[in-house]
Design a protein around this ligand. Structure first.
Ligand SMILES: CC(C)(COP(=O)(O)OP(=O)(O)OC[C@H]1O[C@@H](n2cnc3c(N)ncnc32)[C@H](O)[C@@H]1OP(=O)(O)O)[C@@H](O)C(=O)NCCC(=O)NCCS
Length: 191
């Protein structure tokens, strides 16, 4: 982990945390594009795209919050509730603060508001995951009281290079090509 960046000079701001509304979808998506880069999230399953925002706004609107500062989007948090057996977990899926507004307590406010809502809805446990190299996030969540970090190993395989799966892929590709060749042509229309 690298040394924390020095804390910048800050001027007081009036920050408002509220539920996301439909007009926030595009700005939230674009802010996320600048924050959740492939350096931070190299795995495709954790890729940021517009469906993350649209999907969560659709399924969990009460856990999609934005922070505005001087009427500008400053940050957002998107979460969900997971119920397993008798446990209810709150899961922070995405948290982002614009670089213009970082280190001013905005993530702090977003997390507090989300956790308050999740407690009301039965959560007794909170979860979040991020890359171990993401020092700002690891520091932030540790300071917030998240603990017990576990490293998770991701493995991947290029199927076309595998002895058996590669042959299977080639077979499927040939089958698709053959069926394209043998597909009956449309008969000319009778006049
Ligand atoms: C992580 C992130 C959400 C923090 O937002 P923030 O509004 O700046 O956080 P806050 O001001 O509420 O909290 C600040 C604390 O977070 C940690 N922190 C934030 N930025 C940091 C940095 N650049 N270096 C080290 N620690 C940092 C520190 O503990 C800091 O406390 P301090 O200011 O007293 O040192 C923000 O850096 C971000 O959007 N990062 C990119 C997206 C991301 O990684 N999201 C998290 C995973 S989904």
């Amino acid at each position: 982990m690298t040394d924390p960046a020095p804390k910048p000079e800050i001027t007081p701001l009036s920050i408002n945390v509220r539920e996301m509304d439909i007009d926030d979808i595009a700005p939230v998506f674009h802010l996320g594009e600048t924050l959740f880069t492939s350096d931070l999230y190299p795995y495709i399953y954790r890729t940021w795209d517009q469906w993350e925002v649209i999907g969560l706004y659709n399924t969990d609107p009460e856990y999609c919050l934005v922070a505005t500062a001087e009427d500008q989007l400053a940050g957002f948090i998107l979460g969900t509730i997971i119920t397993k057996a008798s446990w209810t977990y709150g899961y922070i899926l995405w948290l982002g603060v614009s670089p213009l507004f970082q280190r001013r307590g905005i993530a702090d406010m977003l997390v507090d508001k989300l956790v308050e809502r999740m407690i009301v809805d039965g959560a007794r446990f909170m979860m979040v995951d991020t890359d171990p190299e993401n020092t700002p996030a690891v520091n932030f969540f540790s300071r917030k009281g998240f603990s017990n970090p576990r490293r998770h190993i991701f493995l991947s395989m290029n199927l076309s290079k595998h002895e058996y799966y590669g042959r299977l892929l080639a077979y499927e590709r040939e089958k698709a090509e053959r069926s394209a060749w043998t597909r009956p042509r449309r008969r000319p229309q009778k006049s």
